[in-house]
Write a protein that binds this ligand. Structure first.
Ligand SMILES: *Cc1c(COP(=O)(O)O)cnc(C)c1O
Length: 612
């Protein structure tokens, strides 16, 4: 092995699905959003269906279409949509869509009328998560509209569902009660969905009342716990993946070439101390720290230069359950997060292999995010301003800096894009790791390997801040709702509204760009109508991210900022009013370079300013 890799244990996925299915005695929808939580959506989808799942769940329609195009014909549901959605693409592919508002249902219905056959629709309710899903005051109107659509032969009511906050057992039971009120409304109106479903892994396992007709199974399928990372499920589930990396050594000691740029959580010596890693020869290693592109380790006990190390170490997860290896949940505990985030943020740049065969894992072809009629995923865009980038490279070259650091696929921007620009500007390419050099060579690019490349070699991207930045990360509001004081927001209800306010949903979560640790500090810029406060134009339209960051989305408190579904959202940018990259990266606890490099594959890279 010469580059770090992920070994995905599909037998474990099959086993986990079958085990949970037996335990909950309820049909299973396997949730494979965000690239199957970093494991590879297509391979996991197949394994989950083999293991007894009857349906698949994803966040956006693009994720569903990529599975369909790879030949998966199981029932499928997608629940996160922007305002420019091409609903017909989902209808034609026989993908259930979940609508979260009357407006969304109307947009869907207008297209479904022309589809020529009843289009399958599910309705997502907010029963207390404070995220997407329709507000209770709209349930009657939505269900009445669904009934009309069914009678007119336009739609088939495929499901009525909601999602639990897990704030407490009582909070979840109150959501069950709310869900029962919705069922009563449906019954009173004479509409009957094919399926009612409420619980994900935690609800399905812990709360029999939440099982209904289907459990939406995510995290336990991957062998991790839905609870605090130090409370294993006790079901004998097995980790779905293992991260293995070849050992290398320099003057400072041992290291592996995987780091925060590949999605690992930043860990300093204190936080890393409890983690023990297993060498290929069974020797035990200690984790020292996680840096941008490398992770430092040392043999236990003590660093001993005379010990010939095994060729590789396992950073976490063990396909073989009998082996004692640190789990992703233990990493989560050390990093103050959850196992979900540890596996989901693993970069697609890391090679994924089938643990059983050693073969490259089959992945679904990346589906375009747009059709001729609209988008199939909410807007999530990393814009690269090529004019600004060229200017910065030229300016640095004038100052004598003739190398450009393209580590980590040019920090997630795309080596292909950057190499073309660099060639025009006559600068050489350099990478910090042997693994990146190998990946670049495989892609036909000549790069020099220099572990000590100076920071200035990546200054052209604007990682050092200032006006020279060429990168912007933008999205859009996909849902806006007005809520009462006392509304708990997102998992765990860590934020509760103090006043009547409007909450906006931004379809960017930790799978895409925002690590969970930004919660509490972070804000985004929402470009709505300039907010008018106390007789003055507000100087800023920054609004705080409230509640926990989820895998696919965050909630912002819009306060009195006038904004709507479709209003642009800037996560970081270069305008004076935008949050600067350096600030956002600081909230995440990583360098700007690692922050950008770890931006996920659902974020579209768009180059503006042209290439000559
Ligand atoms: C992600 C997600 C799930 C799966 O949750 P787990 O806790 O991983 O089981 C289920 N339902 C919805 C709506 C989700 O977004």
């Amino acid at each position: 092995m010469t580059v770090p890799r992920i070994e995905v244990d599909l037998a474990a996925v099959r086993h986990n699905v079958a085990t949970v299915k037996r335990t909950v005695a309820t049909p299973i929808m396997a949730v494979v959003k965000a690239g199957g939580y970093g494991h590879g959506a297509l391979a996991v989808a197949r394994a989950a269906l083999d293991g007894g799942a009857e349906a698949l769940g994803v966040a956006d329609i693009a994720e569903a279409l990529s599975l369909r195009n790879a030949g998966i014909d199981a029932p499928m549901l997608a629940w996160l949509h922007g305002p420019s959605t091409d609903w017909l693409a989902a209808i034609e592919a026989d993908v259930d869509v979940a609508v979260s508002s009357i407006e969304q249902l109307q947009l869907f219905a207008a297209v479904a009328e022309r589809a020529g056959r009843p289009a399958r629709v599910q309705v997502k309710l907010d029963t207390g998560l404070g995220r997407n899903g329709a507000n209770e005051r709209d349930w009657g109107a939505i269900l009445a509209h669904v009934r009309e659509l069914e009678i007119a032969g336009v739609a088939r009511f495929a499901g009525l569902f909601s999602h639990l906050s897990g704030a407490s057992r009582d909070a979840d039971l109150r959501q069950v009660e709310a869900f029962e009120r919705a069922r009563a409304i449906a019954r009173a109106q004479g509409v009957e969905p094919e399926r009612y479903h409420l619980g994900a892994t935690a609800g399905g396992l812990d709360l029999p009342e939440a099982r209904y007709d289907l459990v939406r199974l995510g995290i336990s399928m991957y062998g991790l716990t839905p609870h605090a990372p130090d409370t294993p499920s006790g079901l004998g589930l097995r980790p779905g993946l293992r991260l293995v990396a070849p050992l290398a050594r320099d003057a400072a000691g041992w290291f592996v070439e995987v780091g925060a740029a590949d999605g690992l959580p930043p860990l300093d010596a204190g936080a890393a101390a409890p983690l023990r890693l297993e060498g290929g020869d069974g020797r035990s290693w200690r984790l020292l720290s996680v840096g941008d592109v490398t992770t430092r380790v040392e043999p236990v006990p003590g660093a001993d230069a005379e010990i010939a190390p095994a060729g590789s170490i396992t950073l976490f997860g063990a396909p073989d359950a009998s082996r004692r290896t640190t789990s992703a949940d233990e990493w989560a505990l050390a990093a103050g997060t959850i196992g979900y985030e540890i596996v989901t943020r693993l970069s697609p740049r890391l090679e994924r292999r089938d643990a059983a065969t050693g073969g490259t894992l089959e992945t679904a072809p990346c589906e375009p995010r747009r059709t001729t009629r609209g988008l199939v995923a909410p807007r999530r865009t990393l814009t690269i301003d090529a004019v600004q980038l060229r200017a910065s490279i030229a300016e640095l070259a004038d100052a004598g800096v003739r190398t450009l650091d393209v580590s980590a696929d040019a920090y997630g921007i795309g080596l292909e894009t950057i190499a073309a620009i660099a060639a025009d500007e006559g600068v050489d390419l350099v990478v910090r790791t042997a693994a990146d050099a190998e990946r670049a060579a495989a892609g036909g690019h000549a790069v020099r390997h220099d572990p000590d490349a100076p920071d200035v070699a990546r200054a052209a991207y604007g990682f050092r801040g200032g006006a020279s930045g060429c990168l912007r990360l933008t999205s859009e509001l996909v849902h806006v709702k007005w809520v009462e004081p006392g509304t708990g927001v997102s998992y765990g209800h860590e934020f509760v509204t103090a006043a009547p306010t409007a909450l906006g949903l931004v379809p960017i979560g930790y799978a895409d760009a925002l690590p969970r640790r930004v919660a509490g500090a972070a804000s985004v810029r929402v470009i709505g109508e300039a907010p008018f406060r106390r007789g003055q134009l507000s100087p800023s339209d920054r609004v705080p991210i409230v509640g926990r960051v989820a895998m696919d989305q965050v909630v912002v408190d819009l306060g009195d900022t006038e904004a709507w579904v479709g209003s642009p959202v800037v996560v970081f940018g270069t305008d004076a009013a935008d949050p600067p990259l350096a600030e956002v990266a600081a909230w995440a606890g990583v360098s700007p370079a690692a922050f950008v490099a770890a931006i996920g594959p659902r974020v579209e890279r768009v180059v503006i300013g042209g290439t000559p």
